[in-house]
Ligand binder design. Sequence first.
Ligand code: GCB
Length: 581
Amino acid sequence: MLYPIETETREVKDLSGIWDFKRDGEDSFILMPVPASYNDITQDITLRDYVGKVWYRKRTFIPISWKEKRVFLRIGSAAHFSEVYVNNVKVMEHKGGFLPFEGEISSLLKYGGENEILISVDNTLSWDILPPGELKIINDEMHPKEYKVLEYYFDFFNYSGIHRPVLLYTTPMTYIKDIKVETDIKGKDGLVEYKVSLEGEIGNIIVNLRDENGNLVASSNSFNGMLEVKNANLWEPGNPHLYTLEVKIFLDKKLIDCYRLDIGIRTIRIDGKRFLINNKPFYFKGFGKHEDSDIRGKGLDHVINIKDFNLLKWIGANSFRTSHYPYSDEVLFLADKYGIAVIEEAPAVGMNLWNPENKVFRKGRVDERTLEHHLQVMKEMIDRDKNHPSVVMWSVANEAATFEEESEEYFKKIIEETKKLDPTRPVTIVESTSYKDTKVSKYVDVICVNRYYSWYTDSGNLDIIEYQLEKELKDWYDKFGKPIILSEFGADTITGFHSDPPLMFTEEYQWEMLRRFMETLDRLDFVIGEHIWNFADFMTKQEVRRVLGNRKGVFTRQRQPKMAAHFVKERWKKIPDFWEK
Ligand code: GCB
């Protein structure tokens, strides 16, 4: 899937702005910004915690000139199930709240007139959608009849609505439908293998590869091919050179369509206990993040995004994981540009009830319907993001109940299919299970482990970290012989709380905990990365272990540094991006 861009043959109309909005069944509309979660926009608690369907409506003029073109409607994301109507005709529906969907609407439009776009979005979770959840209906003496509660087992608020831009865009009748790029390195030269798919009449093609200054470095006139770039400037974390692949289609010598795709030339390979980018051992320094901010919820916000990348650079991070779902296209374009490596995660989180007696991988919960949807999500995610140089690994899930027998077949299929869809990137699953019990980690290329020593276990005992971390990670390595990333570790920290000696929830405790974890990792040469949980504080559902959300951020939700940020910055300054212990 190509991201909509403007070129000499294409137009984009961004429908971001103020839409009409109402809950299903209501008579009148209120005003609602798009993109944004609707939850925190009004003062109405029943809307904040609403479960069910809502409607978004936008009226827009379509220019007469668009009659000669194809017009597509693309929704960046809608959490979680959506149906789309144009001038009262249903054009598409989509399941899954974190990936885009689009459809051609040319035949439904009034050209030179006003058109109505109506989008329903339902945030109800079930076991056959990712992330899963369940609508519980309580009938006991302590609740009113049929009392409804949406239960979910992941640790972020179920923000809802249209979270990413809604775009109208045009293409010519014959148009470039997709481009796929894979790159390699030969000595000092770069190899760019590409494939262009076309819809409509077959025309002639010119493919030009240009460097950052617009200079032509290679070209071809076939739909599939290999471009060679002499003395290529590679893409890598910290030094992210991009090239532009310019694809032009001609019919009878007339330019019909043009698309420009930014690409990076780089390789990724696992070699024993090393993760090689451009044949050099890469060390992941960074965070698990969230798409989350005040008022906007999970709505795309360029201000927050640029601030976050500036903070990543400031603190010396070179990577993050899109915990726990694929982030917006716009974030990944920034990662390409800023030179930040991304572990991109599927929205498979909350597949764990932390109880071997109460199974998740069974009929009616995570079963063949979930599997089918999960496979579809992997397909959509890879289809959208295959060309991003910043995406260096796929994560198929976070903290699933991989100790259950039935999880093995499930994830074996998901991992096999992911590797088939993209043989160029390693695959991981992020584990909370013990190395002894996991049925799945044997299928992945890199082991990712989340550990909360001195927090959820041995709470308050910082002195246990070194012993437990070293022991457990060595056990993981001895068993699987694969490189390991400590993909989560952290402490809830209320900014402004202090104590010395360090006590839980203070800024000193977070600092001291991170220090002890990190210094232990330095001694383990098979550990190829440290991702702190979390980049910033974020909203969760309300529960007694959460104080206005999860406070494990090294930055506050408003993106101000806690004390530990300064320690992490000093540490990461000393660790190069390419580092072999
Ligand atoms: C985890 C989860 C993450 C939570 C975190 C925590 O293991 O992967 O989603 O937010 O722990 O803070 O409990």
